[in-house]
Structures are given as C-alpha cells and as structure tokens.
Design a protein around this ligand. Structure first.
Ligand code: V07
Length: 254
C-alpha cells in the first residue's frame, strides 16, 4: 500500500544517476540480457515479441551507459548455443542486428558511440554480417562508448581458439612455452582490445555465467536481478552500479 503510494508520487527506492560517485564508474560493464522469452510468455505473446522488446532495452541502456561515462558496454546478444533454438526464432534473431542498426546507427554516430562485435562471423547470415561491418566501419573513429555485441560468441570456444593460436606461435618458433602467461592468453582472445569487465549484470533470475567471458570475468563483480531484460531500465543500471561502488568501498576499507 505504502509502496503503491510512493509509486504514484513518482518516488522509488531505486537510485538516481546523480547519487552515483562519478569517480568510480565501472570502465567496462558486461550484460547477459536474459528473460526476453519469459517476459513474452508472461504476457501471452510469442517469444519473438520479447526479443523485439529486448532490443528497445539495448538502446535505452546504451544511452544511459554513455551518459554515465561508462567506456565499454558488452552485451550478450547471441550465443553459440542459441543455434539449437527453433529455426524460425533463429531467423528472427538474425534480423535484429540489421533492424537495430537501421533505426539506431545515425543516433549512435551522433552520440560518438563505437560499434564492435565479438564472436565468430562464420555461420552468421551474410545480411547480418554486412550490416555489422558497415556499422563497425562507420563508427571506428568515434571516441565515445564502445558498444560491443557478443554475437555467435562462446567462451570455451574462444579460449580453445586462443590456445591453438598460441600453440601455432610456439610451433613456428615465435614464442617459447616459458613465455606463455596471462598477457599472451588475453591478447589471443576475441576481447583482446578491451579491458576485463569490472561489472557483470545478468537479468531474469538465473545465477550462472552460461559460457560468457569466463576468462575475462575472473575478478569482476557479479550482479544479478530477477527483472526480465525488456523491463530493465536505467534505474536498474544505477542500482547495479551503486552496489558495485558499495562493494568497492568495503574492499578499499580492508
Ligand atoms: C538481440 C535483443 C536484446 C535481447 C537479447 C536477445 C535478442 C540488439 C542486437 C544487435 C546486435 C548487433 C548489432 C546491433 C544490434 C541484437 C541479436 C539479438 C542477435 F550490431 N539486440 N539484439 N542481436 N536481441
């Protein structure tokens, strides 16, 4: 009852952007955008309606992250496991990058955002790849937020490919076994141009990493919420960052 009253008055227990400490905004935030299908089911809509709605959240959170001064935002859009879904759903999902960019690219450019992609291009339909390549090229000289889409991405495969590259370097005599260290591994990963995430957000109540950036998340703060991705708002992002800052302060006090 009281809660409802507060909601009516437009007050919420969720933090505002200006309650965050500007000197400790995470450099890199990674997000597992889960719960689009469940959100749709709850409303009696087809799963794809959830994906479409989730795409709007991507836009909203990108703008909010850019405003906060987050430098890198990685979003898990499609995993290597997602190919197992029904063909109709996969076909729909593969149209989303193109649709998103058709609607949003101009505004992303105006906001100085750099679009990037992390994942295997093979297997992706050519219309998806060409839309992506165009966006990457058009934004490569931008200096604002790096918006990194994990698309056809899986962390174990990424690590296996890195190990193969390193083995090849050893075999060809460019590298000795003794020289293999964390730096060598990191620079052979798909994320080689990004710092490790400071904060991972996963929506929709699942408490797993699901083969997402396993190497890179070794020291990251993890933040989980029951909120479905289509219902995730700026306020939830602020809440996650507030908790991140609270943990950083506690850690600093030790
Ligand atoms: C996808 C919407 C968000 C929720 C998660 C699943 C569905 C944005 C993109 C995208 C990808 C690359 C790009 C621009 C936009 C996207 C897929 C799914 C496959 F350059 N949302 N979104 N891609 N969903």
């Amino acid at each position: 009852m009281i809660k409802r009253l507060w909601a009516k008055l437009g007050k919420s227990s969720l933090p505002k952007a200006d309650s965050l400490a500007p000197e400790n905004i995470p450099l890199h935030v990674a997000i597992i955008m889960d719960g689009n299908g469940r959100w749709a089911k709850k409303r009696g809509l087809p799963r794809v309606a959830g994906h479409r709605s989730g795409m709007k959240t991507v836009k909203r959170i990108t703008i909010a992250a850019n405003r906060l001064g987050i430098k890198y935002l990685t979003m898990y859009a499609f995993s290597t496991e997602n190919w197992k879904r029904p063909k109709d759903e996969v076909d729909f999902l593969m149209k989303l990058p193109q649709q998103f960019l058709e609607i949003e690219l101009d505004e992303l450019i105006k906001n100085n955002v750099q679009v990037r992609m992390m994942g295997t291009r093979e297997k992706l339909p050519s219309h998806t790849v060409s839309a992506l390549e165009e966006a990457i090229k058009k934004t490569e000289n931008n200096t604002g937020l790096v918006l990194n889409f994990a698309l056809n991405y899986g962390s174990r495969l990424e690590m296996l490919e890195a190990v193969k590259e390193i083995a090849k370097d050893v075999q060809q005599g460019h590298l000795s076994v003794a020289e293999i260290d964390e730096t060598v591994m990191s620079r052979n990963l798909l994320s080689c141009e990004l710092p490790d995430p400071d904060l991972l957000i996963r929506t929709s109540g699942e408490l797993r990493l699901s083969n997402f950036m396993l190497w890179q998340l070794a020291y990251s703060e993890l933040w989980f919420t029951d909120v479905y991705w289509p219902e995730f708002t700026e306020k939830h992002l602020y809440e996650a960052i507030q908790e991140y800052q609270r943990r950083a302060r506690r850690y600093g006090g030790l």
